[in-house]
Design a binder for this molecule. Sequence first.
Ligand code: GDD
Ligand code: MG
Length: 352
Amino acid sequence: RCSVVIMAGGSGERFWPYSRKEKPKQFLPVAGEGTLLQQAVRRARLLVPWSNIYIVTGCQYLGLVREQVPDLPPENLLVEPVGRDTAPCIALAASLLKARDPGTVMVVLPSDHMILDEKRFAEAIRDAVAVAKETKGLVTIGIRPTRPETGYGYIHVGPISRVEMGRALRVRKFTEKPDLETAMAFLASGEYLWNSGMFVWEVRAIQDALERYLPELACGMRPIAEAVGTASFDAVLAGHFPRLPRISIDYGVMEKADNVWAVPGDFGWDDLGTWTALERVAGKDADGNLVQGQAVLVDTRETIIRSDSGKLVVTFGLKDTLVVETPDVLLVADKKRAQDLKAVLNELRRQG
Ligand code: GDD
Ligand code: MG
């Protein structure tokens, strides 16, 4: 028996200007069929019935979730008054499940991923559910790293051999978002997996871990947990949730816990963290260009073009460039610097 909790309240800044504060990437059709959130829900449906699917999002995204996932039972939509990152999001979902279905195994899924092989994904989650029950530990799905990505968590599991795929590995150490030098060393050692950001645990196990490693959060959650199912729930949530510490589950719990397990998964996974990630999942033409929308390319190579404004984009003599055309913003950037798009946003904010 398990419940799937989909986290859908992040702001997805690196996909700017396609992804905006008002409509972050999980609500957009980035690649594949439907929006990323709809794809996450479809995968959840492979695992459990509608009654066991929960979505946690911010109040500003309530309309988008209802519109994109009309079949979600209304009582399974959890709305945060303000986003406090993933630890409070998970704590909130755990409190609700504790009241409704305390024995359930909680499967926590992000809403901003691309997965190519859904069948193998479902198998990996089922393996992880079994491991969570058996070990009473915190289980994550680990992905074999292919590049020194600094935007992910790394899990040290020791030498990884092929036969171990699918079997649970004890996690020796969890390191969230290392610097480039460290990420390169991790990759070279062959002893690390990426944290996919998908977690599986019993409600009891995550609540114990939150008590132990984030006592301030656990304590702040108590009045909210006590109000679950009562008429005053919304008011208590609005009063207490914004005061919870802002921290991700990775820094707050996974880096500190000593009962972490990884189930290696191999199902064509991508976080779609930046524009260049699209090249790994969407088709490119013979010149290495990736085009979404209306465009005519002349003498153009290795360029990403996305146009949503209806305007025809024409390029001539470009290489390694990123062109994103939206109704109100046109971004033209060096593709190699797509990782650093946050710097552009910071500069824009500074200039007001
Ligand atoms: N409800 C809610 N509230 N959801 C949130 C919030 C919040 O405050 N903050 C983030 N989320 C959602 C995002 O929408 C996303 O689906 C998921 O939680 C993960 O958050 P990200 O902000 O995208 O995390 P990340 O990508 O930097 O890092 C995590 O994922 C990586 C893999 O994609 C970590 O778990 C890393 O260790 C991991 O490698
Ligand atoms: Mg992410």
